[in-house]
Design a protein around this ligand. Sequence first.
Ligand code: TXA
Ligand code: MG
Length: 348
Amino acid sequence: MKMNYWTVENNVDINESCPQIVEASQFIKNNEVVAFPTETVYGLGANAKSDEAVDKIFAAKGRPSDNPLIVHISNKDQLNELVSGIPDAAQTLMNKFWPGPLTIIFNKREGVLSEKVTAGLDSVGIRMPDHPVALALIEAADLPVAAPSANVSGRPSPTAANHVTQDLDGKISGIIDGGETGVGVESTVVDCTSEIPVILRPGGVTREQLEEAAGPVEVDPSLAKGEGAPKSPGMKYTHYAPDAPMILAEGTKEWVQSLIDEKRNAGLKAGVLTTEENKNFYQADKILACGFRSDLNSVAHSLYDVLRSFNESDVDIIFSETFPTDGVGMAVMNRLQKAAGHNLIKES
Ligand code: TXA
Ligand code: MG
């Protein structure tokens, strides 16, 4: 498939009348799929009301059909058509965080969206992204837009247009290149169908921010699974994984270096995922700094690009430093845990 490539200049006002946006939106209206930037990661968008269109998302990504998609809107007024009610907590969170990196799970209104979007569930995840290109595209398409991250299933999510091309070139109708995304990890997914909201996926909006706005919020217990525990045999997590196996190493940099040395002495090539503060300390076959330890937002911003970059080296194993789990650190550690298949070791 010939892929259209639209670029959007950062310094130009974007709205639903821009020619690139109008062209791209025609593909969405025609039930084709188009990748576009959001403030978190690039999304792979299609008409959320059409089975045919949504099928194309699952096919391009190679995504299992039992994993539901997030529906993106450009205006809070679109919500009523899609959900069967708006709980108080959801209303509070929408007022505070939309547009922004927060996906809210609602009870869905029957018969509006393609069943394939929600993978047959009674609920639907909805978010209003905070990115001028995403908002203009949804506005121009005049449809709710289903959009998972625009990566091949299992690979790190794309935070730049070239990441999308790496994964999906020739498999989709086009991509709008709006430069690097800001947040760098996906939206927080919060389930508001229960009395107390539950975080199903940590992301760009932190637990602390949610609680300040809406009172107590729970965290899905399965998120903690594997944290600190040894790798459970047979459990294979492949999300966000670089090609080489990755081990999270919680301890001093001297100890992390000793782990690297051990592998190199055994004839293997070892990489290390570190930070700007620590990168000059290490000796390894590939040293990649993922932002500044002193600023977890910068770590989130660079994380997926760094995970992808390890694939351009020929390392056999990657050691990663760990991060505190407060603020956006919870999302960073969640993604690192998945990338490492929950393989975390601690200095004794
Ligand atoms: O930042 C983001 O959220 C990006 C951008 C493109 O908006 N999108 C994204 O979509 O990350 P995706 O499909 O890669 O992740 C959607 C997540 C999955 O973990 C899925 O299981 C969950 O949201 N989800 C969607 N609908 C759900 C539902 N009804 N109930 C529970 N979880 C749901
Ligand atoms: Mg994804």
